[in-house]
Design a protein. Structure first.
Lengths: 113, 114
């Protein structure tokens, strides 16, 4: 029973490099989300997806790209990493639209040098 | 402008006593509120929720209170245990066609001392 997993758990990269963070869920949840956690800001929504091939921007989408070709996967790509993107990234999923509980992955700590 | 605020970044409580974590919001359209708990190096986990049609919801040692007129909610933990030491996030959502988008507060770190 894997639930929702993220990889890598830790990543160090350099400014300007492309980085992809992976998210995989085994529940067949329709909705998936990407958040970043920064001190003082809590969790802020980057992008979300209502189903395969349907994605939309959240609160802080600039500098990020997402795709969802399969229901179970929701990768997040930083096309040209910047230091301000140093953060902890969490993926989450939920069953359906509405006031549903979101289930979070363990997070990826990304450092951009 | 943060729509959900947790004004206390940290809280220290003695084991067995009550922990009260507070959360304020500004968007009157929020109609569903949740608390998540987060341990270090783990993702947040759902703790308890409350709909705006209620003013209280209880689950074991955890009770959430909602004061809609004050746009304020609080989480009470009684009695507090050392294992409750974690960061607590409140979150709010609007039940609309955009899905269940959550807006999170900045978090409060709770430390329960033995």
């Amino acid at each position: 029973d894997a639930g929702i997993t993220q990889s890598p758990r830790y990543k160090i990269t350099e400014t300007g490099r492309q980085v992809t963070l992976m998210c995989h869920q085994t529940w067949s949840h329709s909705y998936m989300f990407w958040y970043r956690q920064d001190l003082g800001h809590g969790l802020r929504l980057i992008y979300y997806s209502a189903a395969a091939d349907i994605t939309d921007k959240g609160e802080v989408p600039d500098g990020y790209v997402v795709s969802r070709s399969k229901t179970e996967n929701f990768p997040l790509t930083l096309e040209s990493a910047t230091r301000s993107q140093t953060s902890v990234y969490f993926c989450a999923s939920s069953v359906r639209r509405g006031q549903d509980t979101q289930y979070f992955g363990p997070g990826t700590r990304l450092t951009v040098l | 402008d943060q729509q959900v605020k947790q004004n206390s970044p940290s809280l220290s409580v003695q084991e067995g006593r009550i922990s009260i974590l507070n959360c304020d919001y500004t968007n009157s359209m929020f109609d569903y509120f949740l608390w998540y708990k987060k341990y270090p190096a783990e993702g947040p986990t759902f703790l308890i929720s409350i709909s705006s049609i209620k003013d209280k919801n209880e689950d074991g040692r955890f009770t959430v209170f909602l004061n809609k007129s004050a746009k304020h909610l609080s989480l009470h933990i009684v009695p507090s245990q050392p294992g409750d030491s974690a960061v607590y996030f409140c979150a709010a959502s609007v039940n609309n066609n955009a899905g269940n988008m959550l807006t999170f507060g900045g978090g409060t770190r709770l430390m329960v001392k033995p």
